[in-house]
Design a protein around this ligand. Structure first.
Ligand code: NAD
Ligand code: FE2
Length: 410
């Protein structure tokens, strides 16, 4: 049964979303102090938009240091070096501008600057000992929602899969979400990041419910709850409508505005609830195929929804998701069929590969992927349907072949 009275939210104390919202930055940063250490995506750092931000912040009297060493996949050694630079600058506040990679790099730097390394001390949940250097997060993709979440994901050569640091202390002090910064982003970046936001919304909305007991030590991700229920569906509908538009027309302002907002809501929603099986499976698939996070999660989502629909609560929710994505079917079963088909169609329209085979994953790897997926115990435990290696393998086989339920005609 769904509890409509319990929930947890952990959010940045300040969130501004809207085209032009970056104008808030100079005064907002000044509230923390004069020394600003900025971690900026290397491409974004070359844009006129960033030049404008820099000028405005410095004009307000800030002493700004800019670092652009954000490496793909965020190898831990690169973050140690970045944190060293940050410590030397004694920042009052850290400013992150870029995609999920820059934002996650900044979360790690804010942590290391405050508490020291090695980062491996904090892998997992709730191991950050206290507040980190305040972080103001400004996303330039839509997106990961990292500007609103308590997690950073990095690569450690000692670990087979990417590893996460999750702690309420990693939630940024402010999120400034300005769609104008995402204008012109290429189709591939728009598609991969945008579909991941839909997966965040769909998986937070269908996550296992908040446990019955309020244990004193609450996990970082607490399961679906009354707050995410309120915000997730509208945002999912916006992604369904506007993501193909932004992929086709990178300068479409209205599409970018809806996606920036929906991505933020995805972070707000899953930052409390957690995500589940598409994410659990994407970590090993990403490691094996070296493909973007959102390409994997987006490709898997319809298969995951189709697999967990046998749970009655999940079924009702997937049907609602179908409605939010545009299904007008009258029966619940048909709306679920539509949710599955519409998420798959969206993936096709934005250019995702049609199957795990097309992604370059060898069929012989599937049992190993299922096993590694099960190792993400936190994500697996958030599945609305109790998941075991067999269920994961079934999802993988279907996603590998590219076979799905057909869309309802009712
Ligand atoms: N912390 C979280 O809550 C969370 C959630 C989901 C994903 N992630 C992580 O986020 C990362 C992916 O982030 P992402 O999808 O935003 O991509 P990204 O930050 O890795 O950037 C991808 C590419 O897009 C470019 N780019 C960024 N903004 C641009 C713009 N406005 N115009 C043109 N190019 C631009 C970058 O230079 C880069 O080449 C992964 O490491 C993933 O694990 C984190
Ligand atoms: Fe994601």
């Amino acid at each position: 049964m769904t509890d409509t009275t319990s929930g947890t939210l952990r959010l940045p104390p300040r969130i501004h979303v809207g085209e032009g919202a970056r104008a808030q930055l100079p005064l907002l940063l000044a509230e923390f102090g004069r020394r600003v250490f900025a971690i900026v995506d290397p491409f974004v750092a070359t844009t006129p938009a960033f030049a404008g931000i820099r000028h405005a912040i410095e004009a307000e009297g800030a002493q700004l240091t800019v670092a652009t060493e954000v490496l793909p996949e965020l190898p831990v050694a690169s973050l140690d070096a970045l944190a060293e630079r940050a410590r030397a600058a004694h920042p009052d506040v850290i400013l992150a501008i870029g995609g999920g990679s820059a934002l996650d790099a900044a979360k790690v730097v804010a942590l290391l600057a405050a508490h020291g390394g090695p980062l491996s001390r904090y892998y997992g949940e709730n191991l950050v000992p206290g507040p980190v250097t305040p972080l103001v997060a400004v996303p330039t993709t839509a997106g990961t929602g990292s500007e609103a979440t308590p997690v950073a994901v990095v690569t450690d050569p000692d670990r087979e899969l990417k590893v996460g640091v999750s702690s309420p202390y990693l939630v940024p002090a402010a999120a400034i979400v300005d769609a104008e910064l995402t204008l012109g982003a290429p189709a591939g970046v728009t598609a991969a990041s945008g579909i991941d936001a839909l997966v965040h919304l769909a998986e937070s909305y269908t996550a296992a419910p908040l446990g019955a007991h309020w244990d004193a030590a609450l996990p970082v991700f607490t399961g679906r709850n009354v707050f995410s229920d309120v915000i997730a569906l509208d945002a999912a509908g916006r992604i369904g409508r506007w993501l193909p538009v932004a992929v086709a027309e990178p300068d479409h302002r209205e599409a970018r505005r809806h996606l920036a907002y929906a991505s933020l809501v995805g972070g707000m929603s899953f930052g409390a609830t957690g995500t589940h099986l598409s994410h659990a499976l994407q970590y090993p698939i990403g490691a094996l195929t070296h493909t973007a996070h959102g390409v994997g999660t987006g490709l898997l989502l319809p298969y995951v929804l189709d697999a967990v629909r046998v749970d009655a609560d999940a079924a009702a929710r997937i049907a609602e998701l179908g409605r939010a994505l545009g299904s007008t079917a009258t029966s619940e079963a048909a709306r679920i069929d539509d949710a599955v088909a519409l998420t798959a169609e969206l993936g096709q329209r934005i250019g995702l590969p049609p199957s795990l085979a097309a992604l370059g994953l060898d069929a012989a790897e599937l049992p190993r992927v299922a096993e590694l997926g099960m190792a993400s115990a936190r994500l697996v435990s958030m599945s609305p349907l109790r998941a075991d290696a067999e269920l994961l393998l079934e999802i993988l086989h279907r996603a590998h072949a590219g076979t799905l339920t057909k869309r309802s005609t009712r």
